[in-house]
Design a binder for this molecule. Structure first.
Ligand SMILES: *[C@@H]1O[C@H](CO)[C@@H](O)[C@H](O)[C@H]1NC(C)=O
Ligand SMILES: *[C@@H]1O[C@H](CO)[C@@H](O)[C@H](O)[C@H]1NC(C)=O
Ligand SMILES: *[C@@H]1O[C@H](CO)[C@@H](O)[C@H](O)[C@H]1NC(C)=O
Length: 376
């Protein structure tokens, strides 16, 4: 009897986040428990949040009933209004107002151009080869660029030296030490940068392992560079990096199929509620707000939802499909305009709009490190 009571109490204490299939009769009260919200019952905030939550929940349930290629779920910010989530993004200006730039490849050491390969596999997932480390969590810090660079380098090192050499490399070294004088993709560290800067830095200094220089920027502090090559001997070097011809689907497909995982830039604005499936929620007629760096780990075809790109994120394994998201891969990729390029990979206040192609601009900015070698 006592055992039973204890188990009953334990069950009532354990809260867990609901799956999208469990939202039919989900309530705000349950949400407050599941996500450990600290709203005082019946306070003004409670009432406001409840109203917003119920509207968002109704939208999510309605969306999931419709015929979409992906499902939405309840997340920590489902009690925030659309405008709160969007307020950091500038308003889209119509493409007619200004000149549109093609993304630049000027700083790369090499440009990967499509070779017209016709014998590519139907699907690629580098995880199957044992050359992709577990998904990480960047926390509150805008260090997606560092996680992307480290993850791509880990995979290329393991491809070069054998999967027994799959390492976990130090993202903290990148966050704290990679200079960003031209303010590309942000002001550096936890204020954002781009993976290419990390590839340039590692060409000079190498990168040590997570175990010798662990990640501590989770709570949004960049910290001073504390890299001492004598103590924290670097374990992997590259030598320069390659850009893939921007907005060329064939080139990106070939590169990820034949070379390895690729660092890419993407609009993640609509990913908040993504739970599973093939995401097609970016609208080409709106601003494509490239704001995130992630790793392209492969591609494939879902029997129900069609062709996708397989993308590794750095929001922990709770995000999406065990930390991954699948993005729609169109047979004829469309293009849109990023009129807020400094949220993405543009440098130092260069607000010239950029033409970006593929769902969420997935084809716009791709790169990988060259001549990767493991120092044992
Ligand atoms: C939700 O509630 C309705 C009526 O309150 C009930 O008929 C239905 O079975 C419930 N659905 C689930 C999934 O619990
Ligand atoms: C979840 O949202 C609350 C506010 O609603 C915020 O205080 C908290 O930091 C968020 N937690 C995470 C893990 O994002
Ligand atoms: C991180 O810090 C910056 C600057 O202090 C702040 O603007 C930003 O909102 C913080 N981000 C999070 C997720 O706390």
């Amino acid at each position: 009897m006592i055992k039973f009571i204890i188990i009953a109490i334990l069950i009532s204490l354990i809260s867990c986040k609901p799956k999208w299939t469990q939202l039919q009769n989900y309530t705000f009260e349950q949400y407050v428990r599941d996500f450990q919200k600290e709203y005082k019952a019946d306070s003004e905030e409670y009432i406001t949040r409840k109203k917003i939550f119920e509207q968002n929940l109704a939208d999510i349930v309605a969306f999931n009933k419709e015929d979409h290629s992906y499902k939405k779920g309840v997340k920590n910010n489902t009690d925030e209004s659309y405008f709160e989530k969007k307020e950091q993004f500038s308003i889209f200006k119509s493409s007619l107002d200004f000149q549109v730039m093609d993304p630049s490849t000027e700083n790369s050491n090499y440009i990967y151009k499509a070779k017209g390969l016709t014998n590519l596999p139907d699907s690629v997932d580098w995880r199957d080869k044992g050359v992709v480390s577990p998904v990480k969590d960047q926390g509150d810090c805008l260090s997606c660029w560092a996680f992307t660079a480290a993850s791509v380098l880990e995979s290329h090192a393991a491809i070069a030296a054998g999967s027994g050499n799959l390492k976990t490399l130090s993202t903290q070294q990148l966050v704290s030490c990679v200079p960003n004088p031209k303010q590309c993709g942000g002001q550096g560290g936890c204020f954002g940068a781009v993976a290419d800067l990390a590839f340039e830095y590692i060409s000079k200094y190498g990168i040590t392992s997570e175990f010798k220089y662990g990640y501590k920027s989770y709570f949004n502090d960049t910290y001073e560079c504390k890299f001492d090559p004598l103590k924290q001997s670097p374990e992997v070097f590259n030598q320069g990096f390659a850009k893939i011809t921007p907005n060329d689907q064939q080139a990106l497909l070939e590169a990820v199929a034949t070379i390895g995982p690729i660092a890419i830039s993407i609009d993640s604005t609509g990913w908040d509620s993504y739970e599973e499936g093939v995401f097609d929620g970016c609208d080409y007629s709106e601003n494509i707000n490239i704001d995130h760096a992630v790793v392209l780990v492969g591609y494939g075809t879902d029997p129900k939802y069609g062709d996708y790109w397989l993308v590794r994120n750095s929001y922990g394994t709770e995000f999406g499909e065990d930390g991954y998201i699948r993005i729609k891969r169109e047979s004829e990729p469309q293009c849109g305009i990023d009129s807020t390029p400094t949220n993405g990979f543009a440098c130092g206040g260069d607000e010239t709009p950029i033409k970006v192609c593929g769902m969420c601009g997935i084809l716009s900015d791709s790169s990988y490190p060259l001549k990767v070698r493991v120092i044992v």
